[in-house]
Design a protein around this ligand. Structure first.
Ligand code: C2E
Ligand code: MG
Ligand code: MG
Ligand code: MG
Length: 276
C-alpha cells in the first residue's frame, strides 16, 4: 500500500511538472504577441517625501491583461519573459511608454522604471535608454531605473560597467527590494546607488517581528552613512508611518499613499506640485 501511494505521488508530481512546463511554454508563446495585441499597460504608483508629503515621482508597474486568463501578475510572467528573452522587447516597451507619459508633465517628477537583471546583461542598454530619452524628450535627470541585487550577481563586472555608463548619462539608479538578496552589503559596496528601496517585507512584518524593525533602522543608518536616500516600500498603515517617522525615513511608497493607478492627470499633477 505504501509503495502504491508513493508511486501515485510520483505520478502526480510528474504530472504537475508537465503541467507547469506546459503552462510556461504557453505563456512564453503568448507573451510574444502580447505587445502587438496591446495587452500590456502600465500603472503608476506615487513615491512621496515622508516629511512634507510632497510627491517625488512615480514607479511604473507593468500589467498584462490577457484575453482569456485575465490580469496576469508581473511576478508570474516577468520570469518567463526573462527566460525566453522576450523581456528585452517588453522592457523597452515599458520604458518608452513611461518616458513618453512623464515627458508630458510640466514638472520635475521622477519616473522610476524596473529593469530586469537580464536587461542589465545587455551591453547596449545605455544606448536604448539614450534613444528612448531622445525620442520622448524626457530629460535624463527625470528617469530613475530600479534594479534588484540579483541583477549584479551574474556577470558582476559587466553589470557594473553598464550601470556606470547609465549613471554617467545622468539617470538615477535605485537598488530595489534591498535586503532580500544574498549579498546586500557587497552590492552597496560595489556601486554608488542613488537610492535604496527597503523591501516591503520588512515593514509588513515589523508589526510582529522586532528584528524587522531593527533591520529597517540599520538600513536607514546605512543610508545616512553612505549619504544615499532611503525609500520604504509597502507603507500600508499609520502604524507604519509612525515607525518610519521615529526611525527617520525620508521617502515612502505604499497603498496608504496611493495604489498603483492610471497615469496621473495634468490637473492632479498641478495640485500635487503646488503642495496639495
Ligand atoms: P517591485 O518593483 O518591488 O514593485 C513593488 C510591488 O509592490 C508592486 O507589485 C506594487 O504593486 C506592490 N506594492 C506597492 N505598495 C504596496 C503596499 O503598500 N503593500 C503591498 N503588499 N504591496 C505593495 P506588482 O505591481 O505586482 O509588481 C511585482 C514586481 O514585478 C515588481 O516588484 C517588479 O519586481 C516586477 N515588475 C513590475 N513591473 C515591471 C516592469 O516593467 N519590468 C520589470 N522588469 N519588472 C517589473
Ligand atoms: Mg521596483
Ligand atoms: Mg521593490
Ligand atoms: Mg519586488
Amino acid at each position: 500500500r505504501a509503495k502504491a501511494s508513493l508511486e501515485e505521488r510520483i505520478c502526480y508530481y510528474e504530472k504537475g511538472m508537465d503541467e507547469s512546463a506546459r503552462y510556461r511554454r504557453q505563456i512564453a508563446g503568448e507573451l510574444r504577441s502580447a505587445i502587438d495585441r496591446n495587452e500590456f499597460y502600465v500603472l503608476y504608483q506615487p513615491q512621496r517625501s515622508l516629511k512634507t508629503q510632497m510627491l517625488i515621482g512615480y514607479e511604473v508597474l507593468l500589467r498584462w491583461q490577457h484575453p482569456v486568463r485575465g490580469l496576469v501578475s508581473p511576478a508570474e510572467f516577468i520570469p518567463i519573459a526573462e527566460e525566453t528573452g522576450e523581456i528585452f522587447r517588453i522592457g523597452e516597451w515599458v520604458l518608452r511608454e513611461a518616458c513618453a507619459e512623464a515627458a508630458k508633465w510640466d514638472n520635475e517628477l521622477v519616473i522610476a522604471v524596473n529593469i530586469s537583471a537580464v536587461q542589465l546583461s545587455q551591453p547596449n542598454l545605455p544606448e536604448i535608454l539614450a534613444q528612448v530619452l531622445l525620442e520622448t524628450g524626457l530629460p535624463a535627470r527625470r528617469l530613475e531605473i530600479e534594479i534588484t541585487e540579483t541583477a549584479i550577481i551574474g556577470d558582476k563586472a559587466r553589470a557594473l560597467h553598464v550601470l556606470r555608463r547609465i549613471k554617467a548619462m545622468g539617470i538615477a539608479i535605485a537598488i530595489d527590494d534591498f535586503g532580500t538578496g544574498y549579498s546586500s552589503l557587497d552590492t552597496l559596496n560595489s556601486f554608488a546607488f542613488d537610492k535604496i528601496k527597503i523591501d516591503k517585507s520588512f515593514l509588513l512584518l515589523s508589526h510582529d517581528r522586532p528584528q524587522a524593525r531593527a533591520i529597517i533602522r540599520a538600513v536607514l543608518a546605512l543610508g545616512r552613512s553612505l549619504d544615499v536616500p532611503v525609500l520604504a516600500e509597502g507603507v500600508e498603515s499609520n502604524a507604519h508611518v509612525d515607525l518610519l517617522e521615529a526611525e527617520g525615513c525620508e521617502q515612502v511608497q505604499g497603498y496608504l499613499f496611493g495604489r498603483p493607478g492610471a497615469a496621473p492627470s495634468l490637473a492632479t499633477l498641478a495640485i500635487a506640485s503646488s503642495g496639495g
